[in-house]
Design a protein around this ligand. Structure first.
Ligand SMILES: CC(C)(COP(=O)(O)OP(=O)(O)OC[C@H]1O[C@@H](n2cnc3c(N)ncnc32)[C@H](O)[C@@H]1OP(=O)(O)O)[C@@H](O)C(=O)NCCC(=O)NCCS
Length: 194
């Protein structure tokens, strides 16, 4: 056994060789429990999801495992005015680091979607908001946007932005307003991207 200090520490170069082997079974068990937790998360979104119930049995959920990628990609690439032609790979990648809120019909099928691009600390941009045609006109977009703005992971986010062609009236219900001084905001678009 290598010499260790009175209060062994993994941060001490003298202790490390002696203490690390003692900890390795515990570390292995901890790693296994983390792997199991992640597997449960991916396999059963109900265990960890943030869900809000809406009228008529509809509900919103932040569980990415529930998202129907075919429906999401089809709407964005074929029906939306802002993401025409967006590839499936880019749609998938956009989900990875965003807060993605799905809107679901009572049978669990996807009825809409909203996404917040965010650092989860200070700012967020609301985008890709839609309700599928068959489910429109029931106030569902209100519940969808509300679930996104009020998501607990964004509780400290104070600065929200969005871009809209013609749905100002919807977002105004939540307090969104045109920029007070547009000259202080700048934008740039990459001419060609995937
Ligand atoms: C915009 C959209 C999300 C609204 O979804 P919805 O669930 O049908 O909307 P709701 O029933 O919740 O209506 C909420 C409010 O939005 C506004 N609104 C909804 N549809 C509208 C329309 N076609 N024209 C003008 N205002 C509309 C209304 O102010 C309405 O409130 P009111 O009923 O009290 O007047 C849906 O029409 C959609 O997905 N459109 C295509 C994608 C799109 O434009 N997304 C927004 C990108 S910024």
């Amino acid at each position: 056994m290598l010499p260790v200090c009175d209060a062994p520490s993994l941060q001490c170069a003298r202790c490390l060789p002696g203490v690390a082997p003692l900890l390795s079974p515990w570390l292995a068990a901890y790693r296994a429990s983390l792997t199991a937790a992640v597997a449960v998360h991916h396999g059963n979104p109900r265990l960890v999801e943030q869900r809000s119930d809406l009228a008529g049995g509809y509900f919103t959920s932040d569980a990415k495992a529930r998202i129907d990628l075919d429906v999401l990609h089809r709407f964005l690439s074929e029906e939306s005015t802002w993401a025409r032609g967006r590839s499936r790979a880019i749609v998938e990648k956009s989900l990875e680091r965003s807060l993605a809120i799905g809107l679901y019909a009572p049978d669990g099928s996807m009825a809409g979607f909203a996404r917040a691009v965010t650092d989860f600390a200070t700012s967020a941009r609301l985008c890709d908001v839609f309700v599928l045609r068959a489910h429109r006109g029931q106030g569902l977009s209100i519940g969808l946007v509300r679930a996104t703005l009020d998501h607990p992971s964004l509780a400290t986010v104070v600065a929200w932005t969005l871009t809209t062609e013609d749905m100002h009236i919807l977002y105004a219900k939540f307090g969104f307003a045109p920029l007070v001084d547009p000259s202080k905001t700048m934008a740039w678009r990459r001419v060609s991207a995937g």
